[in-house]
Design a binder for this molecule. Sequence first.
Ligand code: NAD
Ligand code: UDP
Length: 345
Amino acid sequence: NYFRNDFRGTLFGTNDDTDSLRRRSLQKRILVTGGAGFLGSHLCELLLGAGHEVICLDNFSTGLMCNIAPLKRFDTFRVIAHDVVEPIDLEVDEIYNLACPASPPHYQADPIQTTKTCVIGSLNLLDLAARRGARIFQASTSEIYGDPHVHPQVESYWGNVNPFGPRSCYDEGKRCAETLFFDFHKFHEVEIKIVRIFNTYGPRMRPDDGRVVSNFIVQALKGEDITIYGDGSQTRSFCFVDDLIDGFVRLMASPPSLTGPVNLGNPAEFTIGELAEEVIRLTGSRSKIVRRPLPVDDPRQRRPDISLATEELGWRPKVNLTEGLAHTIRYFDDLLSRSMRESAE
Ligand code: NAD
Ligand code: UDP
């Protein structure tokens, strides 16, 4: 029995010891923290489909049980309700650390918890990786670059980050996490893999996530006003979730010398105004665009330089914005129709 912690947090999944099976095959036991979230649930699904044993650890602060409920069909899937701020001991071969709210309204709602999640959470998981000899992956972010003076952003750029603004709990938390990862690599020989993720969207974002793609789609489908913050001339580069997750597993499987950080994102850059127009076009919505104040420290522009990922991982995104938005619109359309039917019953 490999759970050293008590079992109160195990929500479902068998506790059968599958060690011998695992040792005889290429199957790995993989911990995904934040596994019930948007990106984490897609990652769990891909790893389970590839035949691995997956432990999803989540405190369900922004993650949803409905994201992972369909994965119960895999008897190699377990879910543990746990906060990464508390230490944990599990026998695992690999760790993907995705635990952290990613949407500005969510990570700013409890900024001290966000910093603790990034810093103490990473420390706990790095301790676990060192103890178990596990390879560990960190979901870092383009926020490391802050409001960048270098465009497009290359991994060697150190960034322009406010240390005590509303975004700092996340930006500085993630920067400190990178520091911890490199110091564990240097002093404890832990194998690390760091990705810097640029804005990613797709099915399983929450309708109330608060990030721009889900906001615009939900507003358009409901016929509500589409809220552009500022004048809409700020830019972002939007990556479809399937492309991103493919990059995750490629990096995890790469030689130990490739620690990252590696940028992953779609280099096609759009203004927020262009995104709103595209969502209106694809949904055929009659929603009108309204302006709201630009949040403090909102970055002006974002575009990843993905040369490193292309050269080292053979990775480049395949799904363009129109295709990715169409998929995501179908997802939200189904979700909203279902919830309308349920509330009518
Ligand atoms: P999300 O909010 O959907 O998922 C985060 C998950 O982490 C949720 O399931 C949440 O319940 C869980 N979590 C939060 N704090 C926790 C804690 N203390 N202990 C255990 N679980 C905790 O967000 P997402 O978009 O899926 O992001 C996943 C990761 O990727 C995050 O680390 C985020 O910083 C990073 N990232 C995402 C993007 C993006 O565009 N989606 C961009 C940059 C970085
Ligand atoms: N944004 C917007 N309307 C919204 C939500 C966000 O105009 O309803 C803007 C936001 O100000 C930012 C961009 O869209 O300039 C991307 O915001 P998001 O929260 O998705 O991600 P991040 O700012 O972290 O890149």
